[in-house]
Write a protein that binds this ligand. Structure first.
Ligand code: ATR
Length: 273
């Protein structure tokens, strides 16, 4: 029996990552001979850790907080969407060098559209947050041609900076939270870190249009603060980011192995736990 191809996710913290389980399920399902583990990397140690992994025969990596920018710097060549985000969550390690991609936004869009039947075209979309998570999903969201995409952030200047960076790709504008008063959106996507404190961004009442949807990039065993907020606002659907997590993993798996795993059973297995 040959040694399985080696893959891993690098981050800090990493102990609770679901990626090893997701990729093990993908591999079993598609008959791919590979191993995937989680590697804790100390601050400042990313490049050395990737070099060591590659030297030991590693074929590919997922990269999570706080190293997505380091991974973008490390990559010899990045996809257009990763270049635009300035962040890489997938590295393909080849003899000639490292290719970088960012599958986060595609994962979000696939979860919304393929798994939940949402049509982004023509919708009024509000994206909350202007950090790394927001930057990673903007291009794929804009590619779906929403009627408008407003980036709103606690620090409004950062939203403006982000909107300008993506302004050639579609109708994107910027706002603070308070200035949203009186406006309504069909879809509100939370890409802030507020949920880490079990909090939600301070949105004016009525920001969610009747029948609108909410989507939190975060997920947890219990409904997140933003998912609960969406329910309170009467959202037709208030979704957490578990589906996105599995979909971005499927995109990475396809980049590495050339086959698409079925994500439905894997999402169901993770929900079950
Ligand atoms: P990430 O990589 O998760 O995006 P980040 O780059 O540190 O992390 O960005 C965190 C984002 O969450 C920022 O948009 C931040 O807003 P500020 O730019 O104003 O700091 C946002 N954020 C964090 N806590 C928040 C809170 N309690 N309410 C609203 N936004 C919050």
């Amino acid at each position: 029996m040959t040694t399985p191809d080696q893959y891993a996710v690098m981050g800090n913290p990493i102990a609770h990552s679901k990626s090893p389980r997701i990729h093990a399920l993908f591999a079993a399902q598609t008959g791919q001979h590979l191993e995937y583990r989680a590697i804790l990397v100390e601050p400042g140690g990313f490049t050395a850790a990737v070099r060591a992994f590659r030297a030991a025969g590693g074929k590919g990596l997922n990269v999570t907080v706080p190293f997505k920018r380091d991974a973008w710097v490390f990559a010899d060549l990045s996809s257009a969407r990763a270049e635009r985000a300035g962040a890489v969550n997938t590295l393909i390690l080849e003899p000639g060098g490292a290719r970088g991609d960012n599958t986060d936004g595609a994962g979000l869009v696939r979860d919304l559209t393929a798994n939940h039947g949402y049509r982004l075209a023509g919708q009024r979309v509000l994206l909350l947050g202007a950090g790394g998570a927001a930057r990673g999903v903007l291009q794929p969201l804009l590619m779906e041609k929403p009627a408008q995409l407003v980036v709103a952030n606690r620090t409004a200047d950062k939203a403006l900076e982000l909107a300008l960076r993506f302004s050639d790709l579609g109708r994107v504008s910027a706002s603070g939270f308070a200035e949203l008063a009186g406006r309504q959106f069909d879809l509100i996507v939370n890409a802030t870190a507020a949920g880490l404190d079990d909090a939600v961004p301070a949105l004016p009442d009525g920001a969610l249009a009747p029948g609108g949807w909410c989507y939190d990039l975060m997920y947890g065993d219990e409904p997140t603060a933003f998912v609960r907020w969406g329910r309170e606002q009467g959202a037709a659907q208030s979704l957490d980011g578990l589906g996105m997590l599995v979909e971005q993993a499927a995109e990475s798996f396809h980049l590495w192995r050339g086959v698409w795993p079925e994500t439905g059973p894997v999402i169901a297995a993770l929900r079950d736990r």
